[in-house]
Ligand binder design. Structure first.
Ligand code: MG
Length: 393
């Protein structure tokens, strides 16, 4: 097949190995089929209407939300992932609606302050099973969003939940029934899940380059030591030698995304054609994922990731923010676990309910659910309200 524009893929045009809503493994609580929408469109819509989705706007990706208006947040990141993932899904005749739902939901369980927040919360919960953001995303859609009359959570389809749960420890997987099985017995999720996972990687590697340059934490010379950035930078400079620096960066970043997307589509197409699984169930039984980069692109990706780790995520300015974020999370956790009456009513009722079910571990989990749901600025404000005697509310 040659590269070219691809029209939306629906119904009979879907590849045999794509997810189909008429063959979905269904929802935990059976519901009548939606009018004028497919099952995965319904999932996407429920995700967009959730409170957790709106909070993504004020949660950090790498930079804390108030550092500047132009940096990515979890919301814009999720939208970028959805955009990239949908292009890949459509080109491979996979289910675009399901792909979009997974992409928009994949970060719902993220704590405030990015990875620093997650590490801190994981540490707080070390004696109570730890904290994993993927599992928390599933917890958000399965339990914590509490708004529909007939069920708890968003009651999403198996396929969307399968995509949200990217990683899972065996201990947790055992409690998840069918959904946890692949983490215990091996096997793969559907192709829509596999591709969204890699679209996430494409999105954050490229936008962290862009944001890192904008913040002045990365420089072009350093980035040119990576093949992925270096080769595209050279091309753009050759084609447009007089282009202003900001436009040059944008041109390079969009080419980096494009190179990766094209590589992923073409490599995956070959891998799928070599196996031609009968349906999504056959995809799930395979020992290896079918959606993958070429070996060369995988190496180039690893190189860029390594560069970002060394120069951006470990930059002292990012680290300072991470340390402060960790203190805020630790202090809030400590205060609420010691005296749950400091929690607002709804959060306290939730924590008490879990405490009745599982004692101290339940209480710790309930407090973690409250903290994980906070936006960056809410966490800082809550810290002030709990610890600063001048704040009276
Ligand atoms: Mg992500």
């Amino acid at each position: 097949m040659t590269a070219g524009p691809v029209s939306p893929v629906t119904g009979d045009q879907l590849a045999p190995w794509a997810a189909r809503d008429d063959r979905s493994r269904g929802r935990r609580h059976p519901e009548p089929a939606p009018h004028y929408r497919g099952q995965f469109q319904r999932d996407r819509d429920r995700i967009i209407h959730s409170a957790a989705f709106r909070r993504l706007e004020y949660k950090t990706q790498v930079f804390v939300n108030h550092e500047g208006d132009l940096f990515r947040t979890r919301l814009t990141h999720s939208i970028e992932v959805a955009q990239i993932a949908r292009s890949i899904a459509r080109a491979l005749r996979l289910n675009e609606d399901l792909t979009e739902a997974i992409a928009l939901a994949h970060d719902l369980g993220h704590t405030p302050f990015g990875h620093a927040g997650q590490d801190a919360l994981n540490q707080c919960l070390r004696d109570h099973g730890g904290f994993e953001h993927n599992f928390q995303s599933l917890r958000v859609v399965d339990r914590l969003e509490h708004r529909y009359a007939a069920f708890r959570g968003l009651n999403l389809t198996f396929e969307t939940r399968e995509g949200i749960l990217k990683h899972c420890s065996p201990a947790r997987a055992r409690g998840l029934g069918e959904l946890g099985r692949r983490f215990l017995d091996g096997g793969q999720p559907g192709l829509e899940s596999q591709l969204t996972n890699l679209a996430d990687e494409i999105a954050y590697n490229s936008h962290d380059v862009d944001d890192g340059l904008r913040a002045g934490l990365l420089d072009i010379d350093g980035l040119c030591s990576t093949r992925l950035f270096g080769s595209q930078y050279e091309t753009v400079r050759r084609l447009h030698p007089d282009l202003a620096p900001r436009r040059t960066v944008h041109e390079v970043v969009r080419r980096i995304i494009d190179r990766q997307v094209v590589d992923l589509i073409e490599t995956s197409r070959q891998r799928i054609e070599a196996v031609r699984p009968e349906d999504i169930e056959a995809v799930r039984r395979l020992p290896e994922p079918l959606i993958a980069f070429s070996t060369d692109m995988q190496d180039q990706n690893r190189e860029l990731k390594h560069f970002l780790h060394e120069h951006l995520y470990r930059h002292y300015r990012v680290h300072r923010m991470s340390v402060k974020a960790g203190r805020v999370i630790n202090a809030l956790f400590e205060a609420f676990v010691v005296d749950p009456r400091l929690l607002p009513d709804e959060a306290r009722d939730h924590a008490r309910e879990l405490e009745r079910e599982k004692g101290a571990t339940g209480l710790a989990r309930g407090v973690a659910d409250y903290i994980a749901g906070m936006t960056d600025r809410y966490a800082i404000a809550e810290y002030e309200r709990v610890y600063n005697p001048r704040e009276l509310t």
